[in-house]
Design a binder for this molecule. Sequence first.
Ligand SMILES: *Cc1c(COP(=O)(O)O)cnc(C)c1O
Ligand SMILES: [Zn+2]
Length: 417
Amino acid sequence: MDHIGGGRLPGGVNLQRRVRCWECHRVVEDPYLDACPSCNGLLEVSLDLEPVKEMAPSDLRSRPFGVWRYTPFLPVDPSMAVSLQEGGTPLYACGGIAADIGVRALSVKYEGANPTGSFKDRGMTVGITRAREIGADMVGCASTGNTSASLAAYAAKAGIGCLVLLPEGKVALGKLAQAIFYGAKVVSVEGNFDDALRTIREMAEQRILYLLNSINPFRPEGQKSVLLEIMDQLDYRLPDRIVLPVGNAGNISAVHKALKELVEVGWIDGMPMLTGVQASGSRPLVDSFQAGRRGFTPEPGPETVATAIRIGNPVSGRKALDAIYSTGGAAVDVSDEEILDAQLMLGRREGVGVEPASAASVAGLRKLIDEGVADRDEEVVCICTGNALKDPETMMSQCVRPYSARPEVSAVMEAIR
Ligand SMILES: *Cc1c(COP(=O)(O)O)cnc(C)c1O
Ligand SMILES: [Zn+2]
């Protein structure tokens, strides 16, 4: 069984792992399966955290700040790591916005500072390392843009072939440019993200490639690091609430898993309220949350300016609802106008450039405070998932064109008057 067994290596490396079905707990050994063969449930890695219980957070602090600081929580062999030094992103105190929206304390975890400009790099470094462990020679994904940009870069670094399927005409320019630039084969499919994902899953089933969408159970393992870093940066003091945008819901599920693991090893003794934000044109989980349901009904025609969360059938939607209910959090939707307002506020008030989907977190927090769902006395962390440069067209649509003038002081002064 040894593609998942293996034992414990020295130095806090965690290879006591099993891939299990999240719904029925069956152990799944075939690394090319991305769903449970019994019940079609999502797969999840379960780790043996016994050795970590003897460690303290400070035992990891001598390692460089970033994803690979947390190897005791990662189910891959770090000696095979394919890394671009991902993670280690800033946590900005945003007092200006906190005052504007009326909350006691707000920090922004700026994921735009990752190597390809989004948090996807955290999952991809672990996912590609896994691909290398199993000897895959081709990887692939369906993507609204950032997953493909990230996968293309890591595949290049690993020297593995890469295929990405993108929904036709709906991918932000920066992301499309990245995927092609890093050398992936890029195919634009007639349909939306959900159609592209169905197609690439079939290719993985036929073993044409190793699938690195967030249904791959190893990717969320890397994405857990965003929470581990936040806790590190806060010296393990729990914030009241963590807010993040939700597309396929891989990230919120990964953050929840990281919290559960930190509780298990005794490094924290509670959880912040996990709060997911969707766009109003694509809000299947918000509908469920409002109805108190654990399942959801896919939205057939998702539409929003925040292309990274333009997803009608969130792959990890059931996990996201579990994360929200079990931490006493919330799900909320925001309009495109609210998203673009928040994006501009982050730029103009704090000097933080994020893409529209990322601004949804701040827009969602603002709405929850206005509605009295979130308390003004809270300390909140918003995860801002991607860089503003990803989508220059949307950024420019919010801005005035440059003024033009002859190269003379008086002409310039005239132009800006
Ligand atoms: C992928 C992505 C999201 C959505 O994350 P999920 O894990 O799919 O919920 C949000 N923002 C950005 C910038 C992304 O790239
Ligand atoms: Zn199952």
